[in-house]
Design a protein around this ligand. Structure first.
Ligand code: GRG
Length: 261
């Protein structure tokens, strides 16, 4: 578990949680616990995603995947064990932030709904079933809204919830998160097609190798780049329209579509 959690990821999701919290007026350092809970769910998904029964990958964050470093049974258990750890870390952070048990419950529902069948697991399921089949752009968007987008959206909304943002602000942060989630996956597809394994810290060119439908396949590299930029701008606009401007959230949205790994 330590090997998976401490590996050098970008920590984009926790950064979004902390930035959304601050944008909504939150000031406590204990938001780090909520952010850590999100990253823990993300880490479990990476460990399981790399297993031979899913993406079957050897390299993650520039290091051997957890099942390569240890073995498949260990990595399988690591993934499952990270989920209750995320729940405990979230619950403890909510207590330290002074949220009531009812408020803490709403954060838990947000995180674990995003991580479940109507979010990340459901999206991954559709993605696995779609291998070898060409998807229409709307189908592809639905896969990624679940697989990648749901947890990114929740990362943002959890920050707003922890700051007790009112409904208007919370909805603006949700719209921001939804657009950032889409931007993230389109940019990820571009990187998979254009980056090297060394730059990415994971096996490059995997999508084409397994004939996966991607934004690059449907729109071309330049078309996908433009689509990612459009989603990032839509994210920033939704914040500005609703009066929750945040330089940090806007910078994160732009980083997500210009990153090199
Ligand atoms: C039982 C069907 C089923 C699923 C289990 C494995 C799984 C749950 C879901 C997979 C979700 C997944 C891995 C989505 C991909 C998201 C993605 C683009 C990850 C890469 O995120 P980065 O770039 O990675 O933020 P770092 O390493 O920086 O944290």
């Amino acid at each position: 578990m330590a090997y998976a959690l401490r590996s050098p990821g970008k920590r984009v999701r926790p950064a979004l949680t902390i930035a959304a919290y601050r944008a909504c007026g939150g000031t406590s350092a204990s938001i780090a616990g909520v952010a850590a809970a999100v990253e823990t769910v993300h880490t479990y998904s990476l460990v399981h995603d790399d297993l031979p029964c899913m993406d079957d990958d050897d390299l993650r964050r520039g290091r051997p995947t957890t099942h390569r470093q240890f073995d498949v049974p260990t990595a399988t258990r690591v993934g499952f064990l990270l989920v209750p750890i995320a729940a405990r870390v979230l619950s403890e952070a909510c207590g330290t932030l002074g949220l009531s048990p009812k408020e803490a419950g709403t954060l838990a529902v947000e995180l674990f709904t995003a991580g479940g069948i109507s979010g990340m697991v459901g999206g991954q399921w559709l993605d696995l079933e779609a291998e070898g089949r060409t998807l229409e752009i709307e189908e592809l968007r639905a896969v990624h809204r679940g697989k990648t987008g749901a947890l990114i959206e929740a990362s943002c909304v959890l920050g707003a919830m922890a700051a007790r943002a009112e409904a208007g602000e919370r909805n603006a942060i949700r719209d921001f998160g939804r657009e950032v989630g889409l931007a993230f996956q389109v940019a990820d597809d571009v990187l998979d097609a254009t980056g090297t394994s060394e730059e990415l810290g994971k096996t490059a060119g995997k999508d084409a190798a397994v004939a996966k439908s991607t934004y690059v396949q449907l729109l071309g590299v330049e078309g996908a780049r433009a689509a990612a930029a459009r989603h990032a701008e839509a994210a920033v606009n939704s914040l500005e329209r609703s009066g929750v401007p945040s330089v940090t959230l806007a910078s994160l949205a732009r980083y997500i579509v210009t990153r090199r790994h």
